[in-house]
Write a protein that binds this ligand. Sequence first.
Ligand code: NAD
Length: 333
Amino acid sequence: MRYRILGGTGVEVSSIGFGASPLGGVFGEVSVEGAIAAVHHAIDAGINLFDVSPFYGKTLAEQRLGMGLAGRRQEVILATKCGRYGEDHFDFSAGTIVREFEQSLRRLKTDHVDLLQVHDLEFGDIEQIVNETIPAMHRLREHGKIRFVGITGYWPGLLAEVAARAPVDTVLSYCHFNLMMDDMDDCLTPFARESHLGLLNASPMHMGLLIGGAIPDWHPAPARVRAAAAEVVRLCREHGADPAAMALRFCLDHPDVASTLVGIASIEQIDGNLKALDLPPQPDLMEAICDAVAPVFNTVWPSGRIENWDATLRSTDKASADTVRTPVAAGRT
Ligand code: NAD
């Protein structure tokens, strides 16, 4: 495993982070035994960053991660989230996030987490998040319940804007830097670098599109993005490459990202993902992938309140019917 420093926190995190949403059954059934075994295997393999949320599987992922970490809590950097508790259930008020966080601690079987993050802030009132939610998280920090404060969400520009207005240690962006996207780098990456924020990049498989398996009903990607991702999978297989490892390898090469968070459901997936660390470059395959993805590269979908959509949204995407028209709830993980 390789390790990087998480921005100004000074904490060393594994370059591959364990995304625990699959433990909540978000991508398909996972047994309790399978979840616990995957957590143990990941720790044994040197993965030390674990990311979860009460939202994943309606608290199931936190419960299972808590079981897996029993007796091993000291070996990991543990991150959970607050403010999102259901598909359409958001509450970023100070009272709720403090109360719900106590429940997260209970499920995770610990007395503190290393990182507490606002979950999907584009679904909230940004003034409330800046003036009420993040200050409440800092009070939790003063009480020793958390070590660091972070934010997560879908729109990179909005994440940078909030991080510029409120004191945070980390920013988690998802589905904006992988084989299908790179617009995290337009404004968020430079801002994180200059501000010494810990930058976490989630969803290297574009929330499962780049593994060639079944796509869950909730996935918000439009049809043409799904088709391009399926073509990437086909090309990888044609070249004898594992699409998941190719997708992860691309993300691991990013110089500013402290850890790439990949959703993990099994021991086999961990072993597959570890291979990405030493995957040799395949320029011919990469060229074919770039050609296949070019027509849909940087296609976004709706997420959160319209007023929170990213100002950097491509104007062409804005006009496209299958990308951004209605503010439906997206971003399941
Ligand atoms: P992902 O792109 O990591 O894809 C996950 C899917 O790929 C799952 O079905 C998983 O089982 C599968 N997979 C992983 N490795 C594989 C392998 N080697 N072979 C075959 N299949 C493999 O998407 P994700 O899970 O949405 O993102 C990763 C993590 O990032 C999440 O679990 C979560 O912790 C975090 N995240 C956070 C937010 C947020 O805070 N708003 C949003 C998205 C993701």
